[in-house]
Design a binder for this molecule. Structure first.
Ligand SMILES: [Zn+2]
Length: 124
């Protein structure tokens, strides 16, 4: 995610031409652009194209700050844990770990391992 603003209407943005890599064997750049691999015209070496990098997941706190693994967060409201346990708003977590799923933040608050929604915390 680059977060680039959309170009104004009437202007076409051309993406820069894909620059093929150099052959890892002979370092020449005369390459055949095959669907899933490169083939070096010079020495005939073939190798896999790199898969497009997975889009990094961006998790934002209640104020829109981007959270990363190892950040600490503060609860912005009381969160019920079920039963009678409540995590108090203002509690600070241990360093967090971002995980997939509905509750993006895996961390410990008050010594309790919890999964939190990013919208209920702010970056400490
Ligand atoms: Zn080559």
């Amino acid at each position: 995610m680059r977060g680039l603003p959309l170009p104004p209407i009437g202007i076409l943005l051309h993406s820069p031409p894909m620059k093929p890599p150099a052959c890892p064997m002979c370092e020449m750049t005369d390459l055949l652009d095959l669907p899933e691999r490169w083939e070096c015209v010079t020495c005939g070496h073939e190798w896999e194209k790199e898969a497009a990098p997975e889009q990094a997941r961006i998790v934002k706190d209640a104020h829109g700050n981007v959270l990363a693994d190892g950040d600490c967060v503060i609860l912005i409201k009381d969160l019920k844990l079920g039963g009678t346990q409540v995590l108090k708003g203002g509690s600070k977590s241990k360093p967090i770990r971002l995980v997939d799923g509905d509750h993006e933040i895996d961390c410990k608050v008050d010594g309790i391992a919890v999964a939190l929604k990013a919208c209920f915390v702010k970056k400490a």
